[in-house]
Design a protein around this ligand. Structure first.
Ligand code: S3P
Length: 434
């Protein structure tokens, strides 16, 4: 495989079909949690399959700043937690990673001392009031720029009290921030969300011995430190989705992603692929707390579909590539209830809408989603990736439907935040043509 340099512009010009079996890197959400929860634990933890990419490096540096020792030991990353988390000596830079910033906000609210969390230009445009409000309720002192809206986020950590939170949006980052603060609080903390967001935090904390009660859409945590454990991180279904969606629409494709995470709070993309008419099956299912298996997709006669309601949090990060797929399906695909897409690494509705429209797609944007009419043969375009890895990778997939025309991405450095080997794997599946 040709190594690709992940900085500056890149021109994509590949052809389908996609064929082969691959493994994708470790799940990003689970990797962040593994490091952070291990840093809070009472004994060392060992993690295998941890994602080796920019966002997780941000969390690793952050826990080191809080006193954890992290070392690589063969296939494992070993985390030795400090006796007590300490006030970081400098500003903590979370880079591009919203998960690092929001989960750390929960932890640092319970660490005596002053912390400042910041990030790159993209992260400093993303909302933080959603964590400030509930954490203030628990007794923490937090301030942010622009009337408490945007990072940097300043936290004066201290004694916290357990509280009941009713979240206005389904957000695993906010839910997790509250639960982590709850571990360091006095009394129980309950979080209720409007729809189930990814539940990796609940699963991992329970596996680490934390007292946790789940009742429908509510989760209650009792204070206490997790105990160290050994974890195996499955492949990231959000990374797998780029290849699975491409294979669903490119004639003569067949792609298998081995050891792919299959947590039901993340598998909405597979439900949609089936609903649209792709052929899909799962082999070698196992479950050690986080279900996983080998997922194979073959193309079908794709039909438009409706993506809304409780399905949306189960595929929120896959919507950009699903928008690409919708351009290849017969009829109308409607996405609703996805306003959250506007506050990701970029405004993904606007950016994908603009890029796909420029590529010839028939797309109508709404405040909370879009409608896409297909099928359309796309054209080559120039895309501004705007520090958003999923825009870059989705438009690299869109190029496969552009009849051999090139898609030029102005900057692919962002891909290194979650999936540094994305283009190599795409080359391998598409038979090497770059
Ligand atoms: C994540 C939660 C989601 C998701 C993000 C990762 C997590 O964000 O979009 O990529 O690991 O908890 P929200 O919690 O803001 O919905």
């Amino acid at each position: 495989m040709t190594p690709h340099r992940l900085h500056g512009p890149m021109t994509c010009q590949r052809k389908g079909p996609l064929q082969g079996a691959i493994e994708v890197p470790g799940d990003k959400s689970i990797s962040h949690r593994a490091l952070l929860f291990a840093a809070l634990a009472t004994s060392p933890s060992r993690v295998r399959g941890l994602l080796d990419a920019g966002d997780v490096h941000s969390t690793r540096r952050a826990i080191e700043a809080l006193g954890a020792l992290v070392r690589d030991e063969g296939a494992y990353v070993v985390v030795e937690p400090p006796e007590r988390l300490r006030e970081p000596a400098d500003v903590v830079d979370c880079g591009n990673s919203g998960t690092s910033l929001r989960l750390l906000a929960g932890v640092l609210s319970g660490v005596p001392g002053l912390s400042v969390l910041t990030g790159d230009e993209s992260l400093r445009r993303r909302p933080v009031r959603r964590v400030i409000d509930p954490l203030r309720h628990m007794g923490a002192v937090l301030h942010a720029r622009d009337g408490d809206r945007l990072p940097p986020l300043v936290i004066r950590g201290g004694a916290l009290r357990g509280t009941r939170h009713v979240l206005p949006v389904a957000s695993a980052q906010v839910k997790s921030a509250c639960l982590l603060a709850g571990l360091l609080a006095e009394g129980d903390t309950t979080v209720t969300e409007p729809a189930l967001s990814r539940d990796h935090t609940e699963r991992m904390l329970a596996a680490m011995g934390v007292k946790l009660k789940i009742d429908g859409l509510s989760v209650t945590v009792s204070p206490g430190r997790p105990r160290g454990c050994t974890l195996e991180v499955p492949g990231d279904i959000s990374s797998a989705a780029f290849f699975l969606c491409a294979a669903a629409a490119l004639p003569r494709s067949e792609v298998t992603v081995k050891n792919c995470g299959l947590n039901p709070s993340r598998t909405g993309v597979l439900d949609v692929l089936e609903a649209m008419g792709a052929e899909l099956w799962v082999a070698n299912r196992t479950d050690d707390g986080e279900p996983r298996g080998d997922v194979t997709v073959r193309p079908g006669m794709l039909q438009g579909t409706v993506i809304e309601g409780a399905l949306v949090p189960r595929l929120i990060d896959e919507l950009p590539v699903l928008m690409v797929l919708a351009t290849q399906a017969e009829g109308r695909t409607v996405i609703r209830d996805a306003k959250e897409l506007r506050v990701k690494e970029s405004d993904r509705l606007a950016v994908m809408g603009e890029a796909l429209q420029a590529a010839g797609a028939r797309i109508e944007l709404f405040e909370d989603g879009c409608a896409i009419e297909g099928p359309t043969r796309l054209r080559g375009v120039e895309v501004r990736t705007r520090l958003d890895h999923r825009i870059a990778m989705s438009m690299a997939v869109a190029q496969l439907f552009a009849g051999g025309e090139p898609v030029r991405l102005d900057d692919v450095a962002c891909v290194a935040t979650s999936f540094p080997r994305f283009f190599e794997l795409l080359d391998r599946l598409s038979g090497g043509g770059a």
